[in-house]
Write a protein that binds this ligand. Sequence first.
Ligand SMILES: [Zn+2]
Length: 149
Amino acid sequence: MSLEAWLPQLLPGAVAWAETVAADAAATGRALSNSELSVASRVGIRFPEMIRLRILHQFPVPEDPRLEEAARQLGLLGPEMRGLTLGYSILVREGCLSTRLLSHECRHVYQYEQAGGIAGFLSEYLQSVARVGCDDLPFEEDARAHEVE
Ligand SMILES: [Zn+2]
């Protein structure tokens, strides 16, 4: 079965996983500094003060083997990944935080705001990944276009 057809079954688990990881990062992460807040404002975020930044050594991986497999197939959560944004929670791999990465991830926060939250955004994002793959994703093109050096 194609990933696109399979997605409706995976989505609830993916959203639940994302909400759990986001809540954990919100509880353990830090607020943005003043200069980071100005980066967040520049990419259009409505509520930059709600962002929490969590630096970690390794990104969490879904326990559900079907979700993990889907993430791998989609090219998400790979070893080369440096940042992951889930709602207002931005997860960054240790040693990778830069203005450019922060501005990119902040633009994803903007996209979550536009989609009305984690469930709405992930539904659109994952359908788009299943259709066009990770590289040509409009969400990623938009985030790259808003990177600040
Ligand atoms: Zn991105």
